[in-house]
Design a protein around this ligand. Structure first.
Ligand SMILES: [Zn+2]
Length: 116
């Protein structure tokens, strides 16, 4: 039986390998079809773990695109609007927006403004 404590451990894994071992132990024996959602790229457009590994073992994949906030085309990038080198930066509408491949600028989120 899976408990709330075990679900919490699955939702907040320390590493991909640990999450995989936990999923094999607690989720795979259950008669369920897990559904996973998440970003597949980081703010620089690099594969965002563990999505590449999950996509490789998925039985079905539905890739949903947003609308580019600049030109209105289908968008598959997350444009970071504030400068930070942290790979994960939790934020709201003022920190990220959807961009298409033509409007996406990965350097925009890496250049810090000089402090005056
Ligand atoms: Zn665009």
């Amino acid at each position: 039986m899976i408990t709330v404590h075990k679900v919490g451990k699955l939702a907040n894994p320390v590493t991909y390998e640990r999450a995989w071992r936990r999923a094999q132990r607690y989720l795979f024996p259950l008669p369920l079809r897990p559904i996973v959602a998440g970003l597949d790229q980081d703010y620089l457009g690099r594969p965002f773990e563990p999505m590449p590994q999950l996509l490789a073992i998925a039985e079905y994949i539905t890739k949903t695109l947003a609308i580019c906030m600049v030109c209105g085309d289908p968008a598959n990038h997350t444009q970071r609007l504030v400068a930070s080198r942290d790979r994960v930066l939790v934020g709201a509408d003022d920190m990220y927006e959807a961009r298409c491949r033509h409007c996406f600028d990965p350097t925009l989120g890496t250049v810090e403004k000089p402090k005056c």
